[in-house]
Structures are given as structure tokens and as C-alpha cells.
Design a protein around this ligand. Sequence first.
Ligand code: GUN
Length: 291
Amino acid sequence: MSAKIISGNEVSQQLKEEMKEEVVGLKAKGLQPCLAVILVGEDPASKVYVSNKKKACEFIGIKSLETRLPAEATTEDLLKVIDGYNKDASVHGILCQLPLPKHIPETKILRSILPEKDVDCFHPYNVGLISIGEVRFLPCTPAGVIELIKRGGFQTAGADVIILGRSNIVGRPLSNMLDQRDMNATVTMCHTKTKNLKERCLAADIIIGAIGVPEFLKGDMVKEGAVVIDVGINRVEAPGTEKGFKLVGDVAFNEVKERAAAITPVPGGVGPMTIAMLMKNTLTAAKATMV
Ligand code: GUN
């Protein structure tokens, strides 16, 4: 059996088309959704992310604002920019691109964004809301994972789900989301100290790789017919190629696809979904100002 490939490129495009239509209706009611993005420093990967977010905004019809600060900017400089966007009623979402330069405390910055405008869903208030099932925003990458499972036509109710990795950005919020009453999965979060990892994976209906180890999940760790979602994006050396590196996920794709019912590729799987879900959160934030 060879797995169905769940394309994040296709699903995210479909989502963006849906949102584009929705924005037409919102604008007709006098609401112009707006996302403000802040980039500190010159990190090349961050510049690419920010530019992709801007393009997605343009496609959907979301207004995007951008503030760039130099790498030497102080915490106070950044807090001032955030405060300005917090107070600006025409701005619905604020995103501060990570990583920040080392001298700026990430926690303090992320907590200074108003929870109502926290479209990354990194503020502890919004994280806490998820854990009690009162969702305002969903964090973008975990929400993208769930959307891929749903739109791939797979059930989470009653499913045994293994999450490899317990990060605050992916593993932990995903676990919190999947065992809520609307998803009804039975979730096991695995990490470096987990016993019998292979046996646990072999018993799982859905496996989510979010561990940051290239091709960690091998074919012999996956049950026939399981659904495998790969959140990992790892750079590995690829001598002889133009760039000298390639991107691989946390899943040994070629082996696992022979056993799984469905699998997401890297790149083109979860990656493009993150931006689509950010756009969705921006619309959620904008619509909340209308009621
Ligand atoms: N850097 C890499 N991914 C992300 C993300 O999803 N949000 C923010 N704010 N920074 C990032």
C-alpha cells in the first residue's frame, strides 16, 4: 500500500480562497481586517516568512502593516511599537516574528501583545483558554495539523494519537486541542524519556511528528493504515546539490508512506498551513470587533 499524500499546498490554497470570499462580505459590512507584523533584525529565514505572510494577506484582502526594527533595537523600542498597535483600533492582529535578538526577552514581548490581537496564540491567557475548551484563537501550526487531518477525511473521535514532541508551540497545544470534546482523541505525548516508544507508535491510529529530529519516525514504527502528519522541517546536508542541503521532516517519508494510509510531505505539508491559519485568526480577531 502506498499512502495518500495530504497536500498542505492544496488545502491551504483552498482555505485562502474561502477566506478571500469571506473578506469580500466583511468589507461590504465596513470591516477591513488588518494584520501588523513586526520584524526585528536581519534573520534571512524570518524575512522569507514575513514576506510570505504579506503575500497571503494581499491574496485574501487583509490589510498588512509592517514595522522593521534594527537588530540593535532595545526591548523598550519594541514594546513601544507593540503598544502603538495595541492602541490602534484599525489593527486586529499583531505578530512579532520570532526568533528575536538574544538581548530581547521573548516572554515579556509576547505577553505585551493584547490577547484580543494575539493571532499567534502565544499569550498565556489564550493558551489557558484552549485548555479549558473556551477557544478564542488556535495556535497556527497545531490548527494547521488538525485542519489537514479533517480535510483529509480522517476521524479523530476515538482515535489513539501519538504526538512526538512536547514543545509549547506545537506538541503541547496540539495535545490540548485533540482531547477536547469536539475532537475526542485519546492523546499520548511522547518525549526523550518515554518508554516503549516504538510499541506506542505501532499502536497509534494517528502519529504527529514534532520533535525536530530528521527522519526520526521509521517505517517499522508505524501501523499499517495509520495517518502520519509531519511537522518537522530539518535542514540536512546534501552534498552535490545546488544549495548543499535539503529539507526533511521528522518522518522517514519513503519508508513510512509504504505503510501509512495518509502522510504529509515536507516541504508542502504542514508548512503552508501555518500561514493560512494565521490569516484565519486575523479574520477571527477582526470579526470579534464587530459584535
Ligand atoms: N517564527 C517561525 N514561526 C513563527 C510563527 O509561527 N510565529 C512567529 N511569531 N514567529 C515565528
